[in-house]
Design a protein around this ligand. Sequence first.
Ligand code: AMP
Length: 413
Amino acid sequence: MTDLLPAQTERWRGMEDQIHALMKQYAYQEIRTPLLEASELYVKSVGEQTDIVQKEQYRFEDKNGDWITLRPEGTASVVRSLVQNTLWEEGRITRLYYMGPMFRRERPQKGRYRQFHQFGLECFGSHAPSLDVEVILVLSRLAEMFGLTAPKLKLNSLGDLPSRAVYRDVLLTYLEKHRDALDETTRERMAENPLRAFDSKAPETQAVMSAAPILLDYISDDERAHFDHVRSHLENLNIAYEVDPKIVRGLDYYTHTVFEMVSQDLGSQNAVGGGGRYNHLVASMGGKSCPAVGFAMGLERLLMIAHLKEQSKVRKLVAFPLCPEAESGALRLCEKVRDLGDYEVEWIPGKSSLKAALRLADKVNADYAVFVGETELAASEFMLKEMQSGEQSRHSATALCNWLIQHKEATRL
Ligand code: AMP
């Protein structure tokens, strides 16, 4: 878990602001759910046999004996809230997004943290393949917006539950046949969730998996038609992708389309984001039958590889009352300058020497410094120094504000 220090928070906010603006363009509305949920929520949604639930939960018993989990992902909470607050009506589409910290007790490594941040969106209420595509469009827009170099979109279909059950048995038989060639972890967990063998990084398992039967060969005609629709929309929109049968995603709730975006700039933890369709989750959590599709992306990873636009710089003014009597007039002036908008105004009391104040103004990268000593106070004026040119002038409060406005116009031209 890391602190986000002042040197980083501005970049974070810049990125968050751009994401909020993009979501508005796609008509998604923000939802903020609590960081804590009842532990059983994740057993019901993410699935008991996943790393998130089995190994990585921050889970504790509170004073009432209730088991509480720090949220490891966003979809389960959004679905819980959708059901509890009836945010979806039949026949309508509900589009929601979230941004915030998630918690997984993973082995720390580059690009993997125990508290990290995700942006994610969820689109509820339709089976339409074009909505799988809308969600993928947002992901690829983000990649473009943040200047990712050569991001790759990988796509697969997991079909629906009955085809997956058939395939699961086929895969398990295959794995059993090659049991001795598999790594230990895969051997241990294959009976519970054989698909996860595709996620293994062990070379011996990867060799076995390269010749394994693939789910795409077992999906039904309807499931294939859905997948083909998604693909042809993507092609019409010129969104490059590759079908990768190894994309199975770790969580239980996915059906049909699943996808991941990877970037080679990230090293071994190369997934920027991923998601897919989950048509049964809402109903399994007590809601009506409501198909849905969504994705989540890691903001730490995005920031690592993003090329953010320069943010427009706000001009900075520092104010120094050089004697205690000058303070209230100078405080009033600062308020007036803040009222102009567009200025960062920093108040620095306690300096009596002009030289020391100037040195400090330089150090904090001020564009303007304002001083009030006894002479200025007697004349109800302020001394203004334009730091770049070194030009100095004296003004009343109103005249100083006008000077700032004119100077801003002039230097913009
Ligand atoms: P997931 O919910 O596991 O599909 O994760 C979605 C995205 O969140 C991943 O593609 C990563 O970008 C990011 N992510 C997941 N786990 C972590 C972590 N421990 N630290 C940083 N980012 C993560």
